[in-house]
Design a protein around this ligand. Structure first.
Ligand code: ATP
Length: 351
């Protein structure tokens, strides 16, 4: 069942095309992330759904009803902004109840619903505090309660975790995910953080330059990104261009300025243009099988040791377990590529 349908949104600011034919649908209860770099149009998409931005063309339909032309408060949509946007002169309870007051809900019902919403985010005991008396995580929870108290059809979250420190960030990430799952809330989440998108979403829409490039489950995106851009944006991968060549009756993938990789059966027919190598699945050894490579640099990252190696002009990133000693720069080693470490993609427009 489709809950929210965003169809062919286009939005320009002067000569800037913020959204260029953005379409995506969310099923009821689904958690979908818009993931992409700064300026790709994530926030503009979200604000169009919320009603703060009027798209030039396109349609937004929620539960079968068109939202075009409706003001934000008539949209049945809860929004949490990056800045939380709490009213500083109002208590927690008053902040959470604000949307109900605007909707002319009675005092008694407001009190009951505010209490329930604060319970949902475990803040009942802080209801008389002011925002300045709360930690960042608590302010975040108030903003969430304020969005949920109106019992919206859809929850919109715009980078809600980016003002929190690393520990709190992962706690709130898990909390928001558990809460939206528990209440079956249809949620559209905006982030530029791939780990966050992968951890929270049923599906992730990767955006670039005002367009959605691909929509896939976190597992699928991780295992087989559909574009070179996605693979690079996810990180932890080398994405190398090349071309298919015949070799001794079989097929190889010749890296630009580098060696050839044997193509698995059936792959040559898909006309691959890039190979994606997963850094944490590659190995380095001093001798034996594997591509001859030269160590360019090694950086200790805590959990892993990042080693960049060169094969011809192609640079490949390898993540070794951090307990492995750093290979010296300039060392000539062998790069081992197990089956699960490489994927081929067809993306002729990408560099
Ligand atoms: P960020 O992660 O930095 O918030 P984003 O992916 O959310 O980025 P948007 O805020 O949607 O990106 O912006 C998309 C494009 O539209 C950008 O080029 C931005 O400069 C432009 N833009 C957004 N809002 C306006 C505005 N009110 N006036 C002019 N240009 C705008």
């Amino acid at each position: 069942m489709t809950d929210l349908a965003i169809r062919s949104l286009r939005k320009t600011y002067g000569r800037t095309v913020a959204l260029d034919d953005v379409s995506i649908t969310l099923a009821k209860g689904e958690f979908v992330s818009l993931l992409g770099p700064s300026g790709c149009g994530k926030t503009t998409t979200l604000r169009s759904v919320a009603g703060f931005v009027e798209p030039d063309t396109g349609e937004i339909v929620l539960g079968g009803k068109s939202l075009v032309g409706l003001p934000p408060y008539e949209r049945d949509i809860g929004v949490v902004f990056q800045s939380y946007a709490l009213f500083p002169h109002m208590t927690v309870a008053a902040n959470v109840g604000f949307g109900l007051k605007m909707r002319d809900v009675s005092r008694a019902e407001t009190a009951a619903r505010v209490a329930a919403a604060l319970d949902l985010v475990s803040l009942a005991r802080l209801s008389e505090r002011y925002p300045s008396e709360l930690s960042g995580g608590q302010q975040q929870r108030v903003a969430l309660a304020r969005a949920l108290v109106i019992e919206p059809e859809v929850l919109l979250l715009d980078e809600p975790l980016s003002n929190l420190d690393a520990t709190l960030r992962s706690e709130m990430r898990d909390e928001i995910k558990a809460l939206t799952d528990r209440i079956g809330m249809t949620t559209l989440f905006v982030t530029h953080d791939q780990a966050e998108a992968l951890a929270m979403s049923d599906r992730v829409a990767v955006m670039r330059d005002g367009r959605i490039l691909e929509v896939a489950s976190p597992e699928r995106l991780t295992e087989l990104p559909g574009t070179a851009f996605t693979a690079r944006f996810l990180g932890g991968r080398s994405v190398l261009p090349g071309r298919v060549e015949s070799d001794d009756g079989g097929w190889i993938f010749r890296l630009e300025g580098g060696p050839g990789l044997l193509l698995p059966p059936g792959i040559a027919e898909t006309s691959p243009t890039h190979v994606v190598l997963r850094a944490n699945r590659l190995g380095l050894s001093e001798d034996g099988e594997g591509l001859p490579v030269r160590v360019e640099r090694a950086v200790f990252l805590g959990e892993t040791r990042q080693v960049d190696v060169r094969a011809g002009t192609a640079e490949v990133r390898v993540h070794l377990p951090s307990e492995r000693a750093a290979p010296p720069v300039g060392a000539n080693l062998r790069l081992t590529i197990p089956d699960g470490a490489l994927r081929f993609i067809h993306d002729p427009s990408a560099p």
